[in-house]
Write a protein that binds this ligand. Structure first.
Ligand code: PHE
Ligand code: FE
Length: 288
């Protein structure tokens, strides 16, 4: 993901496009062990929860050959599959840098891994979130095209002052998206598949709303970065998601200019409701 507020260039040691060497040789044995632990935990829980595209991608990339995977090795497979590659960055990068990478089918991934006391939650995306969470989906040709289109659309939204709307689309699809399948709802969002607790909450907990994805509705819905989501949006297929975003957003952005946000826990009469959530989890949190 990207971060606002950078006005200066890349940090010392980074290239003009903010990429750095992964520095694979410098990971410690304990850092490799943290990857293995996270990998095993998530891989065990995801069959029947993550969508097929994710599970196939995870298999195809073989990210579990012992320790933190080397980007050079991942890229040999990923390039052949969809022409994407993973590049290392120091952490969050400016929006325009992030979009430029995506538009060129490069996924910027954090180089560092979380500490052992942060297995379940950390604020910044690390290599486990970025590589385990995001990269398997990039092996899917349709999702691969969606991510590239998002990068191109990001630059445009930035110029039009609608990035806050487009960021919601990213959040509710790339990070926290659910997919409808004949076997039930499945996860494709990286923020869910890389989280032990949210991979259960997102599908099983009675608290959140689960609503049919609608482009404009999604862009009008704020999101939370600090806790489980209060609403998840469900797409009928990856192709439907790509199709919905291939249209020119000009008219949509013009409509959004005068539109109000939809409260995060609201179910609208026009929503297709998969789950009308109790919102009990969020309410309990508020009470403290
Ligand atoms: N179609 C969008 C536009 O015209 C670009 C876009 C594509 C945005 C895919 C997000 C995802 O701006
Ligand atoms: Fe992410």
């Amino acid at each position: 993901m990207s971060a606002d507020g950078f006005s200066s260039g890349p940090p010392p040691g980074a290239a003009a496009d903010w990429t750095i060497d992964q520095g694979w040789d410098a990971y410690t044995a304990d850092e490799h062990a943290v990857w293995d632990l996270l990998y095993e935990r998530q891989a065990a829980m995801l069959p029947g929860r993550a969508c097929d595209a994710f599970l196939h991608g995870l298999d195809a990339l073989n990210l579990h050959r012992g320790g933190i995977p080397e980007f050079r090795r991942i890229n040999e497979d990923l390039q052949k599959l969809t022409g994407w590659s993973v590049v290392a960055v120091p952490g969050l990068v400016p929006d325009e840098v992030f979009f430029e990478h995506l538009a060129n089918r490069r996924f910027p991934a954090g180089q560092f891994i979380r500490r052992r006391d942060q297995l379940d939650y950390l604020q910044e995306p690390d290599i486990f979130h970025d590589v385990f969470g995001h990269v398997p989906m990039l092996t899917d040709p349709v999702f691969a095209d969606y991510m590239q289109a998002y990068g191109q659309g990001g630059m445009r939204a930035l110029g039009l002052g609608r990035l806050h709307n487009l960021a919601r689309l990213y959040w509710y699809t790339v990070e926290f998206g659910l997919l409808e399948t004949p076997a039930g709802l499945r996860i494709y969002g990286a923020g869910i598949v890389s989280s032990r607790t949210e991979s259960i909450f997102a599908l099983d907990d009675p608290s959140p709303n689960r609503l049919g994805f609608d482009l404009e509705r999604t862009m009008r819905t704020p999101y939370r970065i600090d806790d489980f989501q209060q609403v998840y949006f469900v797409i009928p297929s990856l192709q439907a998601l790509l199709d919905a975003t291939l249209e020119d957003f000009g008219a949509l952005y013009a409509r959004l200019d005068g539109a109000s946000d939809i409260p995060i826990d609201r179910v609208e009469p026009t929503d297709r409701v998969f789950t009308q959530g109790t919102q009990a989890y969020a309410a309990a949190k508020l009470r403290g």
